[in-house]
Ligand binder design. Structure first.
Ligand SMILES: [Zn+2]
Length: 379
């Protein structure tokens, strides 16, 4: 029976750029075989040497992950939709000391005017605005994703914004990284980020962490903040930040971009983590980085704005967080899909019998030497 399969843009080089492919099959395995017959090499993307679906690939049948069904033996029927989704890493490249008002101080007349479009909303009000002023948010990477996140947090009056970044501004960053301008090429990203954020809002305290985040410093930096935003552009940093946020009991607002695709989700300790979704990183080279494959600048704005929105909801305690849901964005079709995800009881980090109890060597875990994959970001 004909089954429609959604092909994400990183895999479309095999399918002649087709977004949907219709093939015949009675099970998920049949469908994957049919895809490989039509597009030789497809099986190499979705199977490992033992012909199992590797853990960096998730396959969704009608928005449900097939591990929650019968795996590749799951039967399919007419009208079903299959989606093959790899882990993406793209985020930021590389990695104003406004004095915050006392926690319970009333808003000044200037603040009331500045934030009036927030304050008139019943979900925010002056109390919510003070919560934003008291909040401390850490943004990993001052690049493609970290830029829109940090700008919207600053505009909204989030009182303390930490930035982890050690890279300098490169001309090739300016196609998408809105914290930096042409005059900043060659300067440290943190310097131009601070200038931009405090120019937008001098009330915001920008805390600079001018280092790559590593297993040695992550547990010193992350516990200082309420919420962590991931804008890292490589898998080693993604797993490191995931593990450190979980071990520190912090909510992680995750986002990733590549080509025309974006992903976003929120991990709260106890409700699953990045390792539940992707227990292992893809082998080096399978999923290209933004530097290798490119990324549409505007998609960083879409995903970063979604991450900033999730941060506001967390701080204000409103709405339904993007927890246990993975938002997938395809900018070419402009379709947004939401996949259900859940905590994996066998997760080595947040499962019932964890084996990862402290930070590990993530470059070794990701199969890359530190020289090949700087723990900074280049998104
Ligand atoms: Zn987990």
């Amino acid at each position: 029976m004909p089954i429609s399969v959604y092909i994400p843009s990183p895999f479309r080089r095999l399918t002649a750029d087709r977004e949907y492919v219709t093939v015949e099959g009675r099970s998920v395995a049949d469908v994957l075989d049919a895809l490989d017959q039509r597009y030789p090499g497809f099986a190499n993307l979705v199977y490992d040497r033992e012909r199992k679906v590797p853990t960096h690939i998730n396959i969704y049948l009608n928005n449900q992950e097939i591990h929650d069904l019968q795996g590749t033996e799951t039967a399919v029927s007419d009208g079903d939709q299959l989606a093959v989704i790899p882990a993406l890493a793209g985020g930021a490249a590389g990695g104003g000391d406004g004095r915050a008002a006392p926690a319970n101080a009333a808003l000044t007349p200037e603040e009331v005017m500045r934030y009036s479009r927030h304050i008139i909303m019943p979900q925010v009000g002056p109390q919510g605005q003070r919560k934003l002023r008291n909040a401390k948010v850490l943004v990993i990477g001052a690049g493609g994703l970290g830029g829109p996140v940090a700008v919207y947090l600053a505009l909204a009056g989030v009182g303390t914004i930490g930035l982890v970044e050690f890279d300098v501004v490169d001309l090739s960053n300016l196609q998408r990284q809105i914290l930096h301008q042409t005059k900043d090429v060659g300067r440290p990203k943190l310097a131009s980020a601070r200038e931009t954020l405090t120019a937008y809002n001098p009330h915001v305290k920008v805390v600079e962490h001018p280092l790559p985040i590593t297993s040695d410093n992550a547990m010193e930096i992350i516990p200082q903040y309420d919420i962590i935003v991931n804008g890292a552009d490589n898998f080693a940093t993604r797993y490191l930040v995931n593990d450190a946020a979980y071990l520190a009991g912090k909510t992680l607002v995750d986002g990733a971009i590549l080509l025309f695709d974006g992903q976003a989700t929120v991990y709260k300790p106890g409700s699953g983590c990045y390792r539940c979704l992707y227990p292992d990183p893809p082998p080096p080279g399978l999923v290209p980085s933004c530097a290798e494959a490119g990324v549409l600048g505007a998609i960083t704005g879409i995903v970063g704005s979604i991450q900033a929105t999730e941060v506001f909801k967390q701080i204000l305690g409103i709405g339904e967080p993007l927890v246990n849901r993975l938002l997938l964005i395809d900018a070419l079709s402009m379709e947004f899909r939401v996949m259900k995800i859940r905590r994996d009881p066998s997760c080595p980090l947040c499962g019932d019998h964890p084996t990862v109890k402290e930070l590990i060597d993530y470059d070794v875990f990701c199969g890359s030497s530190p020289l090949e994959v700087p723990v900074s970001a280049r998104a």
